[in-house]
Design a protein around this ligand. Structure first.
Ligand code: NI
Length: 165
């Protein structure tokens, strides 16, 4: 579990920059991409990453969500901007409103009493989970996703190495 506010803020900022970079790489046309008719689009997943930060309101952190309410149907640039705005509000709220003691408090999440420090860890992993889904859809849309935890296919080539297909 997360035991330090400052460690969490540092980690969240690093991860949020990855998410924001991914959103920066989206095009308006790509937002409709999905793997099947009844599955979420790239735009839906981007919007979910923005709105899911607000789940932290349920832990007692007070901050505003996205300014717009119409979700995934806006330009890619607006999604990237909203993500940065909500992420910054979240980080501001946790720094102002919480101290280490809050991380051991328990809040009921889906019928279980979760420590807030565990919920914060979950929030980090949840973003990575959906980023992974998004990179696949971005490939299918012909986009080049940024490297996140390592080089991309193109980066290997640019560095003069044989890419791992
Ligand atoms: Ni989710």
């Amino acid at each position: 579990m997360i035991a330090s506010i400052s460690n969490f803020v540092e980690e969240w900022k690093r991860e949020a920059e990855m998410t924001a970079g991914l959103l920066d790489s989206l095009t308006d046309e790509s937002l409709k991409r999905r793997i099947a008719e009844d599955r979420r689009t790239l735009g839906d997943l981007a919007w979910h990453l923005i709105t899911s930060i607000q789940y932290m309101n349920a832990l007692g952190l007070a901050f505003e969500g996205a300014d717009e309410r119409d979700g995934a149907n806006r330009p890619a640039s607006a999604l990237a901007r909203d993500y940065r705005t909500v992420s910054d509000r979240f980080i501001d709220a946790i720094q102002r409103q919480w101290n280490e003691a809050n991380l051991s408090d328990r809040v009921e999440i889906a019928g279980e009493a979760w420590k807030n420090g565990d919920s914060l860890r979950f929030a980090l992993m949840h973003q990575a989970h959906h980023r992974g889904q998004m990179t696949v859809l971005m490939r299918q849309a012909g986009l080049r996703p940024p490297g996140l935890y390592g080089p991309t296919y193109e980066t290997w080539i640019e560095q003069g190495m044989a890419p791992r297909a």
